[in-house]
Design a protein around this ligand. Structure first.
Ligand code: ATP
Ligand code: MG
Length: 307
């Protein structure tokens, strides 16, 4: 059963005449990790700051736990944890003091779990925040968020300063939250992170959501790279439906590479099977391929901006 935790409908935000958000619509369901991706300045943080009740929207609506994000922000925050990308900390407090302060502000307690997180992220909580590196400041906010018992966790590029080991610890804890039925909105530029963790993804560009869905659904819209070798003569498939960039191997007979519309794959297999396939390799597009494709597509101005 999917229960909507967060719902955004045609959200708009203007800064003066500038429309930072033109049309944002997506939902986050209970127990899912929703990845929010898009280039710099697309409107991810503006969307998130509107959700947090920091900014007032100029149109449309947004609810969390069925409540209006602006009107009911106080009660929403009782069940919400948030980590921004650039964490500001009180410079004269120690990391440990700040973690406890964050927890107190959220009506939470420092527990054994908090100590485990401090150990796992290898944070020295006795140091003053002003001495922390960017990664250490992020760890402070992440430890506080992960030791908070909330229903929705919002992360806005939380790992931009973390090294790969800490990135992995972050991912482990996000997945643990998800397995406990919590919901997560994760904005990130680390596409491998999104690819690995997110159940569904929303792609934002210039203040509009241009695509939402599972990675599998998005892959259907794009092409798979195929390399095939057959025993019987391989015909020129360049005119077959769904086949693109067909190229015969220069040095191996009956071997070719091409890209293929994912939804035409079954038809192609019927053509290839009687030719006695010796080798077949198919590589689905990565999220990075998809991401680049969406932006290039839009830049060419093919009118795909009304998703
Ligand atoms: N307070 C503000 N006043 C005016 N313009 C703003 C304000 N905050 C954001 N903007 C503009 O709104 C647009 C969206 O910014 P936003 O920070 O939401 O992007 P983002 O998707 O989070 O980008 P990044 O990946 O770089 O974090 C940008 O053009 C930005 O300059
Ligand atoms: Mg941002």
């Amino acid at each position: 059963m999917s229960k909507t935790v967060l719902s955004i409908n045609h959200l708009q935000k203007k800064f003066g005449k500038f429309e930072a958000l033109k049309d944002i619509t997506f939902n986050v369901n209970k127990g899912e990790v929703f990845g929010f991706i898009g280039p710099n300045g697309a409107g991810k943080s503006t969307t998130i700051r509107t959700l947090l009740g920091i900014l007032r929207s100029s149109g449309g609506s947004a609810t969390i736990f069925g409540k209006d994000v602006w009107q009911d922000s106080v009660s929403i925050h009782e069940r919400l944890a948030y980590v921004p990308g650039d964490v500001y900390l009180w410079p004269n407090l120690t990391g440990g003091e700040i973690i406890d302060l964050f927890l107190k502000l959220n009506h939470q307690k420092h527990t054994g779990h908090t100590d485990e997180l401090i150990k796992e992220f290898e944070l020295d909580p006795s140091k003053k925040a002003r001495t922390y590196s960017k990664g250490n400041r992020q760890k402070v906010a992440l430890i506080a968020a992960f030791s908070t018992d909330a229903d929705l966790y919002i992360f806005d590029e939380p790992t931009s300063g973390l090294d790969p080991l800490n990135e992995e610890i972050f991912q482990k804890h996000v997945l643990a939250l998800k397995n406990n039925g919590k919901s997560i909105l994760l904005s990130s530029h680390i596409l491998s992170e999104v690819e690995r963790m997110c159940d569904r993804i929303g792609i934002i560009r210039e203040g509009r959501i241009i695509e939402t869905g599972t990675l599998t659904e998005m892959r259907h819209l794009t092409r798979t790279l195929v390399t095939v070798q057959t025993r019987k003569p391989l015909p020129d498939l360049s005119t077959s439906e769904g086949v693109h960039s067909f190229k015969n191997s220069d040095n191996v007979a009956n071997k070719a590479s091409f890209s293929m519309d994912s939804d035409k794959m079954a038809q192609l297999m019927l053509t290839l099977a009687p030719l006695e396939i010796i080798g077949l390799q198919s590589t689905p597009p990565t999220l990075e391929d998809l991401f680049l494709r969406y932006y290039q597509k839009d830049e060419q101005g093919d009118g795909q901006n009304e998703a």
